[in-house]
Design a protein around this ligand. Structure first.
Ligand code: GDP
Ligand code: MG
Length: 166
């Protein structure tokens, strides 16, 4: 199986860390300049069972840019052009405005979205459970997977879930 995947999420949630973990910080990282890239290939992960091409898509995860309607449409369209979206967030007791903004945009996206709750190594389990509960009521995610991109905890499971959606 193979497909195009994009990772969205607020700054600092661990998007680059996850890609680095998956790729093993080898030469596969083609571009690492999120501020300047538009629909460029970030990395390609090839295994016997699958190939995943990670694409950097514009707009939706850059709340510091004030986006006009046109830019929002481009951002949403780019999410509809990939096979799978990973929405990265972190465990929090309550949903922040940044994440609410992203969920609003996702309501116009038809691509399956996996919610990835990253940095679970930094909190107690009940915080992660609360986070899952909060998000479940906000959007119909294709799946919800808690991980640590730093330690690699549950990343294998995330890959399995991703492959099952391709
Ligand atoms: P990005 O802006 O979404 O690309 O976030 P980065 O990948 O640059 O990560 C931001 C910071 O969070 C860095 O200091 C990472 O080392 C840290 N980080 C990323 N993932 C994890 C994680 O799973 N656990 C912990 N403790 N820190 C993480
Ligand atoms: Mg980054």
């Amino acid at each position: 199986r193979s497909g195009f995947i994009t990772i969205i999420g607020r700054p600092n949630v661990g998007k680059s860390t996850l890609i680095n973990y998956l790729i093993g910080e080898k030469l596969s990282i083609i571009s690492n300049k999120p501020q300047t890239t538009r629909n460029t290939i970030q990395a390609i992960l090839t295994r016997d069972e699958f190939q995943m091409v990670f694409i950097d898509t514009p707009g939706i995860h850059k709340p510091k840019h004030k986006l006009g309607e046109y830019m929002v449409r481009i951002a949403v369209n780019s999410l509809n052009d990939v096979d799978l979206v990973l929405f990265l967030t972190t465990p929090e007791e309550t949903l922040g405005v940044g994440d609410k903004h992203i969920i609003e945009q996702l309501k116009n996206v038809k691509t399956p979205v996996i919610l990835v709750i990253n940095k679970i190594d930094t909190v107690k389990r009940d915080v992660t459970a609360k986070t899952i509960d909060n998000y479940r009521h906000e959007y119909e995610f294709s799946d919800i997977v808690p991980i640590s991109a730093l330690t690699g905890e549950n990343v294998d499971n995330l890959l399995k879930v991703m492959v099952s959606k391709l």
